[in-house]
Design a binder for this molecule. Structure first.
Ligand code: NAD
Length: 332
């Protein structure tokens, strides 16, 4: 069907209104109204229209935004280095295109760089600041520029060091706070037994637990922190993403599995192996994250407004879940 300009703009406006409503429910209220795959479809539809008709892109389009505004009742903290999102890949073709784009931006002798692959942990991005070896501040990603100060809640997470074993003047570590599957199931069972509201999924349970004014609530929840980057304070002799994570591990942080690959085929094989082991992991993941391993090349590749050029998420296909629509049909 050929759409005229007015119809395309109207369709864009409709998708923007829907995405804004769902962003608010997900990022601000921690209470999504759609499955992530349903949300991703809406976003892909808008992105496809924007790619085909760049002259019609609406200035308030959420496709270029990170998260949503921080909650006003927390102290707001401006990130010294913005906390961005990640681009998405869904197919092997997408993966090859991503690698091609990376090569196109690198000089000839740097092409086909080594990639480091991590699990895409399905939780909430948090930045931790350590000053003189002590955890001094923890902030959510928020809208990427400004996040919420959740230091008191993060201090209650048991698998992160409050004090580092070495004295570093200033260290910023970023990672994901998540709720392991077993703890999430128990939390919802207990809530049901008390007639209280249950959480839609472990990601929302983790986000809802951290964004509470009373730190005793976070303390009572089974939260864990997995580090995935050093954004300030990395020793100069560490030159790769994988070594940065091993260094964090030596400092007492939990990190996810790491795999180093050279080619798209190796990366695809690892991605398939992660899909197979996904259900046996103690926490939810929604894909893998692919990063150019050399920190110098990462710097050369730089950032787009919403995401780095040197990293991307390779998402899993939607799990065969019954959509709400199907579920309703099945009930009648
Ligand atoms: P994202 O979750 O797709 O990717 C970026 C995030 O990945 C980072 O901020 C970081 O927190 C996380 N991450 C996990 N493991 C990582 C690792 N090893 N290295 C680096 N980063 C890692 O992007 P997003 O902008 O946070 O949100 C988009 C997602 O939220 C989509 O999956 C979308 O479906 C979902 N969403 C759903 C709804 C809904 O209504 N269901 C609404 C809005 C967003």
């Amino acid at each position: 069907m050929i759409m005229n300009t007015a119809a395309i703009t109207a369709q864009m406006r409709k998708l923007i209104a829907q995405l804004k409503q769902h962003n608010h429910a997900y990022y601000v209220l921690d209470n999504p109204l759609l499955e992530d795959s349903e949300y991703d479809q809406l976003r892909q539809e808008l992105l496809a229209l924007e790619t085909a008709h760049p002259e019609l892109v609406q200035s308030d389009s959420p496709t270029n935004q990170v998260g949503d505004k921080p909650l006003p009742f927390f102290t707001q903290v401006t990130h010294q280095i913005p906390m961005l999102s990640l681009g998405n890949l869904f197919t092997f073709d997408d993966l090859q295109n991503f690698m091609r784009r990376v090569n196109d931006r690198l000089a000839d002798h740097q092409q086909n760089p080594e990639y480091e692959v991590e699990l895409k942990l399905d939780g909430l991005a948090v930045s931790l600041l350590y000053q003189n070896g002590q955890l001094s501040q923890a902030v959510t990603r928020g809208d990427g520029q400004t996040g919420e100060d959740i230091t008191q809640n993060v201090r209650t997470i048991r698998n992160l060091p409050l004090q580092l074993p070495i004295d570093i003047p200033r260290l910023e570590v970023r990672g994901e706070v998540l709720m392991p599957k077993a703890g999430f199931a128990k939390l919802n069972r207990d809530a049901e037994a008390k007639g209280e509201k249950t959480f839609a999924n472990p990601r929302n349970a983790a986000a809802g637990s951290l964004r509470q004014l009373d730190p005793n609530i976070a303390k009572s929840r089974p939260l864990a922190f997995y580090a995935y980057s050093v954004n300030q304070g990395l020793p100069a002799e560490i030159t790769t993403q994988s070594d940065a994570l091993f260094w964090l591990k030596a400092l007492g942080f939990s990190i996810s599995d790491i795999k180093i690959v050279q080619t798209a085929a190796q990366l695809q094989a690892y991605y398939q192996s992660v899909i197979e082991k996904r259900s046996r992991l103690p926490f939810e993941i929604d894909g893998t994250v692919i990063k150019v391993n050399s920190l110098a090349l990462q710097e050369q590749l730089g950032f787009l407004s919403r995401e780095p050029r040197w990293a991307t998420a390779y998402k899993f296909p939607a799990e065969t879940v019954m959509t709400r629509l199907n579920a309703i049909e099945w009930q009648v």
